[in-house]
Design a binder for this molecule. Structure first.
Ligand SMILES: *Cc1c(COP(=O)(O)O)cnc(C)c1O
Length: 477
């Protein structure tokens, strides 16, 4: 081995340490050195070798870029590689992790919308663990229909004659339009041509379905005669879309569903409504704005209603279509159904969620999303105070924490105008920007997602049921 000190003296600062580069150990040498490292040995052989190879490459690049490395001998350099590899393994966390929703938005699409009921979670676990009669009729021993798992409950809860389920509400709309209006016209009021988050634009989705969009009326006013005048030989559907995420106010006129359905009947067309949120029970009893109920829309004459499983229903992501049996059966026979169908886990969770609506006097007791939506100020105040105490202890000196009044939202486009009175912990620091504090909480374990309002970082407790959820590990920086 070359005399180390002599090499060192020759290297001007900022230039590559040629001697260190020469002395870098091989991957095999590092692997041998890793045999004493418990954490690295706990990983499989291939990921261990890969992590070490990467750590070695990074060290080589660091030295080549003129970085100063304290390690000199081959053994010391191998120890650096091992330490770097161990740190890389520890930092290797799954991309999707549990987070704390401190945004105040209960059905936050980016955070996975509705948290599920315990019974739905258990249903997912048992369906995941063992084979299930997903498409198998236990009575006859023959092939069954997977929609049967939820169809009876959906019909009982909405008064519809039949029901089918696909991946999400966008898919429900796509398959319904493709089945009933491919190559023909669907008439929609100009006031209902919505765009909602995540690149859902009604006109684009309609084009994909093969249905031709025939717009009627104006942005703010549409009258029954507008529909009647637009109906022609090419018309297949009159479509109504619940304007989930915006309001038209002022000089307005819209055609009610019952009226639109009557026009559809007269002309032997299908009246369909995309309801979006899909409330099964009246939430105004909880002090929330009134959302149209699926059952009411069926009763008002809709031939088909589509809605999401993970919005106000409080279940898993799904797109539910309820309505006339002949139409549902045509949708089921569409090959797209095969492409858009739900898996057994979704159906298990949806069935368990619907069962709560069918059996419980007060479904909100067991449905976390509804429970969070109906919480009152006194409870939120209590949680916020407890949260403030926990966070004060976690953050240490320098931070100021106070409980303030805030406003939450239902989320996922449902009732955007509805501001839910809430409480938040407002966190400030004389030397840290709100963005820096937000980043600190995103790095916590588990990460806490808050929001910035009026130049301060807030953790809203509307969607946090237990303040203990905020007993997170905060890494000082
Ligand atoms: C949310 C929503 C959709 C899309 O539903 P996803 O389940 O997110 O696919 C479609 N239409 C309306 C009116 C909605 O509110």
């Amino acid at each position: 081995m070359e005399p180390v000190e002599k090499d060192r003296k020759r290297k001007p600062p900022g230039t590559p340490d040629a001697a260190a580069l020469r002395r870098l150990p091989s991957v095999d040498e590092c692997l041998r050195a890793a045999q004493d490292d418990g954490a690295l040995m706990a990983a499989g052989r291939a990921p261990r070798a890969e992590t070490i190879r990467r750590a070695l490459a990074e060290l080589r690049a660091r030295i080549a870029a003129g970085g100063e490395i304290a390690a000199r001998t081959r053994e010391e350099l191998a120890a650096v590689v091992i330490a770097d590899a161990r740190a890389a393994l520890a930092a290797d966390q799954p991309r999707m992790r549990a987070v704390v929703n401190g945004t105040g938005v209960v059905l936050h699409t980016n955070l996975g919308r509705a948290p599920l009921a315990e019974s739905a979670i258990e249903a997912i676990a048992s369906a995941a663990r063992a084979p299930v009669n997903l498409e198998y009729d236990l009575a006859s021993g023959g092939r069954g229909e997977r929609d049967a798992i939820v169809e009876n409950e959906l019909c009982a809860l909405t008064g519809a004659a039949a029901a089918t389920v696909v991946n999400n509400n966008a898919a429900a709309l796509l398959i319904a339009l493709n089945t009933l209006a491919n190559g023909r016209e669907a008439i929609v009021s100009r006031g209902e041509l919505i765009e909602i988050g995540g690149s859902f634009r009604l006109p684009e989705l309609m084009a994909l379905s093969g249905a031709r969009l025939r717009e009627v009326g104006t942005t703010n006013r549409t009258h029954p005669e507008d529909y009647v005048r637009a109906i022609g030989a090419e018309t297949a559907i009159l479509l109504k879309v619940h304007p989930s995420n915006y309001r038209i106010v002022g000089f307005t006129a819209a055609v009610g569903l019952a009226e639109m359905a009557a026009i559809a009947r007269t002309h032997q067309l299908v009246a369909m409504e995309d309801l979006g949120a899909g409330a099964l029970i009246d939430l105004s009893a909880y002090g929330l704005p009134r959302e149209p109920l699926v059952g009411e829309r069926i009763a008002a004459g809709a031939d088909l209603v589509t809605f999401s499983g993970d919005k106000l229903l409080g279940g898993p992501q799904a797109g539910i279509i309820v309505g006339r049996r002949d139409l549902i059966e045509r949708i089921r026979r569409n090959p797209l159904k095969r492409a858009l169908r739900c898996d057994k886990l979704t159906l298990a969770a949806l069935a368990a969620t619907l069962s709560i609506y069918r059996r419980d006097d007060d479904p909100a007791e067991r449905l976390p999303a509804l429970r969070m939506l109906r919480r009152k100020a006194a409870e939120l105040e209590r949680i916020a105070r407890a949260a403030r105490e926990i966070l004060t202890a976690r953050l240490g000196a320098g931070f100021t924490l106070e409980v303030i009044e805030s406003t939450g939202e239902i989320g996922s486009g449902a009732q955007p105008a509805a501001q839910l009175e809430s409480r938040a912990v407002r966190i400030t620091h004389p030397e840290r920007s709100p963005d820096a504090i937000a980043a600190l909480f995103r790095r916590a374990r588990p990460p806490v997602i808050g929001r910035i309002r009026d130049g301060a970082f807030l953790i809203d407790v509307r969607a946090i049921e237990d303040a203990a959820a905020l007993a997170v590990a905060i890494e000082p920086d």
